[in-house]
Design a protein around this ligand. Structure first.
Ligand code: HEM
Length: 813
């Protein structure tokens, strides 16, 4: 017996393989086809979802290609013009359906509309469904049914979610609604839900069982449709189940037809209507045809047939759902908002608020200016609702002092904004993490291991080289006389090159970037520009929680993507250092050497977070300040001259200014202070977040409040500074004046990059003044407009005219 089976199978396989090749040979000029295997053809190329597999294949084999699904030839078309041709020129030829097993059973032996082939029978059915069943007139007559069912589902949803935000599964409810809708139109009865019309619970259950079994079988993948060998065996019992359910369903539908025929139902239903037509044309509207139509309508509820009906139903459903959801949500949010406000007592004064948006309507960019105007009306400490979040704004020097001495620890947290989740390494980076052990560790590492005076001194040559390089390039560009230059891009590139050389030993900007691989340099620059863009983006979801779920503007998606790309990039740098490829003095090298003795403390994750933090916090801020200082000098030629004289006196004409000269250049230092006073790159510092309730200025600030310090307003306060809007570096000659500045923040969370920032700013500004003769452009062209936003100020690029000075010959050497 075993031998017989063995030989039979071998022969069968041989016959099938032969047949397969003969069949293929016979067919000439087929669309391109991937390599095929005997018996299974191309089935091994496919995986679910099928449309995606076919799409990938079309990318390789073209917009029209062929495949063998076992022994069946399939042609796949993915081009709009070919599709047009199919359904115009070849429409009738293609109006047939393949004869699959489901069509035999669920398609009433290939006589139902969906499974039958093109011909008289098809045309009759199509006419019945279009004119007698789903015509606009007939559909309108069922309008009330659809409305009732839709409202019923929405009502149930509203009840289930009335206690607040609740997780709901829409799919089962929508499916039930569709079937109830359909069955009420067909037979006048609903079979789903608590108050189903069918008095006989047994009948309702029977219907639901039939539907779920049919749906299951309709979706089943019948291998016998493509591998004829399997068709004979029915290994998985699919045909048996199909046969059984077809008999049960037909009996059920015959029952419905009989019920109507007996006159039990007198409602307007599809069966009623078809039976009335049967009276005049019994052969045409036979019971068999009616049952086929009912089944078709139920099973193809999504098909084309009923689309018409569906530093309608678906639109109606969605509209009703949306209406009720918005009404309930607005109600819940308004209630929550008022309860929340009532609970909070003795808050600092607050402008009138609106539900949901709070005071967002009071704000327009630049934020620090809006907040300043409000403080003029509501005082030096006032509160605002940024949507659902409470914000307290402080604009008085004495209150700020109090914040960062008495309440420093309470305020040492950061609010959890979306940017912190992604760009802040899931709130573990120094700038975004909350106060605690992790914060203290990071702070210690950055202060002692990364940015200590000793470590900064060791990078002295790098900063000098990069600054000289920019100045040299400027001198070359302007050596022929007064030339218009844009400083901003040059300064930003310089600060990034500075930072990346200290971090990794490589420069990524400029013509002779060190990175031999131009691809790597481009990757880095792309990462940085996307990160900077996203850091400055205004994420409404941070304040309006409802929007957080939707990511309407795709911000979260972009943040997620860039975070992954950036982390992979930085891991690459770490690995390169670990492999010993680099032997220069770099921050990564130093941190990896510390990792050897304390691997947990100096983990790769910490190292990457630190790198990213410094890149995001320490580059643009520095470049922007230098640009503003130059803008101010161009508007005040007398100050420019004084600075130049200072350089001549202390440095002379024979050499270039150096970082070590800066302590001897107090006037240039004062120019930097005055720039930071009037044009702070972080006019509202970074937002702080209270971990506990505290009292200040006679008011109570609750926990979980965002606290904003309006450094911009404080540094222009006429009670605090004489002639505050004048750019006057001399003011810092008075002792103690400099201590009134807060551009880097105060207390535990103050900027750890102050030392590096002053070195870079001092050196660059010194060289720019020493090496060039500067001319201002007209007032319109030097735009002194204010900065925008909190996180990343946007400046109008400054254009200036400059000419290389004789001293720049030193640079050329
Ligand atoms: C002119 C240049 C710069 C300005 C005006 C500036 C300003 C600021 C401000 C206002 C803060 C927030 C303080 C607060 O929350 O109260 C800050 C934080 C920070 N800055 Fe700077 N910064 C500058 C340069 C740098 C540089 C060069 C680096 C690093 C190399 C750096 C790294 C950081 C970091 C890591 C933080 C987060 C600190 C924390 O949250 O604990 N900054 N900076």
């Amino acid at each position: 017996m075993a031998t017989l089976l063995y030989y039979s199978l071998i022969s069968l396989a041989f016959i099938l393989t032969l047949k397969f090749f003969l069949q293929r040979k016979r067919l000439q000029n087929l669309p391109p086809c991937p390599p095929t295997l005997p018996i299974i053809g191309n089935l091994h190329h496919l995986k679910p979802p099928l449309h995606r597999s076919l799409h990938s294949l079309s990318q390789k084999y073209g917009n029209i290609f062929s495949l063998w699904f076992g022994s069946r030839l399939v042609v796949v078309i993915s081009s709009p013009t070919l599709v047009q041709e199919c359904f115009t020129k070849h429409d009738i030829i293609l109006a047939n359906r393949p004869r699959f097993l489901t069509g035999k059973y669920l398609g009433f032996n290939y006589t139902s509309l969906g499974s039958t082939s093109y011909g008289d029978h098809f045309r009759n059915l199509r006419r019945i469904i279009t004119i007698d069943v789903l015509s606009t007139h007939r559909l309108n007559s069922f309008f009330e049914i659809r409305k009732e069912e839709t409202v019923r589902v929405v009502k149930k949803l509203a009840l289930d979610t009335c206690k607040g935000l609740t997780r709901v599964k829409l799919r089962p409810r929508l499916t039930e609604m569709t079937f109830n809708n359909m069955m009420r139109m067909i037979s006048g009865k609903r079979y789903y839900g608590e108050n189903s019309d069918v008095t006989d619970a047994e009948e309702a259950k029977r219907f639901r069982d039939i539907i779920s079994e049919m749906m299951m079988l309709l979706g089943a993948n019948n291998k016998g449709d493509f591998l004829p060998l399997l068709r004979w065996f029915d290994f998985d019992g699919l045909e048996k189940r199909l046969k059984k359910i077809t008999e049960t369903a037909e009996a059920f539908m015959q029952g419905l037809v009989e019920e109507h025929r007996s006159g039990k139902h007198k409602a307007n239903t599809m069966i009623e209507h078809l039976l009335s037509l049967q009276k005049s044309e019994p052969d045409y509207y036979s019971d068999y045809i009616i049952k086929g139509l009912i089944q078709e309508l139920l099973l193809s509820s999504a098909s084309i047939l009923i689309r018409k009906y569906v530093q309608v139903t678906i639109v109606l459903f969605m509209a009703t759902l949306l209406y009720y959801s918005l009404i309930s949500l607005a109600f819940i949010l308004t209630l929550k908002f008022f309860l929340q406000r009532k609970r909070l007592q003795n808050l600092p004064p607050c402008p009138p608020t609106l539900p949901i948006i709070g005071n967002l309507h009071h704000l327009k960019p630049p934020l620090h200016r809006s907040l300043h105007s409000l403080s003029q009306k509501y005082g030096n400490i006032f509160s605002l609702w940024f949507g659902s979040r409470l914000v307290v704004v402080i604009s008085s020097p004495t209150l700020v002092q109090e914040c960062f001495t008495k309440h420093d620890i309470i305020l040492a947290n950061r609010p959890r904004f979306l940017t912190g989740k992604y760009l802040g390494f899931n709130y573990t980076s120094l700038g975004s993490t909350s106060y605690g052990d992790h914060f203290r560790n990071l702070r210690r590492i950055i202060t002692i291991d990364v940015l200590s005076t000793h470590r900064l001194n060791s990078f002295f040559e790098i900063r000098k080289e990069e600054t000289v390089r920019v100045v040299k390039k400027l001198a070359l560009d302007t050596c022929k006389g007064l030339t218009r230059v844009k400083l901003r891009p040059r300064l930003t590139e310089m600060t990034f090159n500075n930072m990346m050389r200290m971090i990794s030993g490589k420069r990524y900007y400029g013509e002779n970037s060190d990175v031999t691989d131009a691809e790597e340099a481009k990757r880095f620059r792309d990462i940085i520009s996307e990160m900077m863009m996203l850091l400055g983006a205004n994420n409404k979801g941070d304040f309006l929680p409802l929007l957080r779920w939707f990511d309407f503007d795709g911000l979260e998606k972009r943040l997620k993507k860039i975070t992954e790309t950036a982390e992979a990039f930085m891991q690459g740098l770490v690995e390169e250092h670990r492999s010993g490829k680099h032997k220069a003095n770099t921050m990564i090298e130093h941190l990896l050497s510390l990792q050897k003795s304390e691997p947990d403390y100096y983990s790769d994750y910490i190292i990457k977070g630190l790198i990213q933090g410094m890149l995001l916090a320490g580059t643009d801020t520095t470049a922007v300040t230098i640009e503003w200082a130059m803008a101010a000098l161009l508007n005040h030629p007398e100050i420019l001259k004084k600075a130049k004289d200072e350089l001549d006196t202390h440095v002379g004409q024979d050499r270039l200014v150096d970082e070590s000269d800066i302590p001897n250049l107090p006037y240039i230092q004062n120019i930097i202070y005055e720039t930071l006073r009037l044009y702070s790159p972080a006019p509202l510092l970074l937002p702080h977040y209270s971990s506990e309730e505290f009292n200040i200025g006679g008011f109570t600030v609750p926990r979980d409040t965002i606290v904003l310090i309006n450094a911009w307003a404080i540094q222009r306060d006429p009670e605090f500074w004489s002639d505050p809007l004048c750019f006057k570096p001399e003011r810092f000659e008075k002792e103690g004046e400099q201590d009134k500045l807060i551009p880097f923040g105060l207390g535990r969370r103050a900027c750890p990059g102050i030392g590096l920032a002053y070195r870079t700013m001092g050196l660059t500004l010194g060289l720019l003044i020493q090496c060039f003769e500067w001319n201002r452009l007209t007032n319109d062209e030097i735009d002194m407009r204010e900065t925008k936003g909190i996180a990343m100020p946007k400046l109008i690029p400054l254009e200036a005219m400059c000419k290389a000075q004789p001293i720049s010959e030193k640079i050329m050497q």
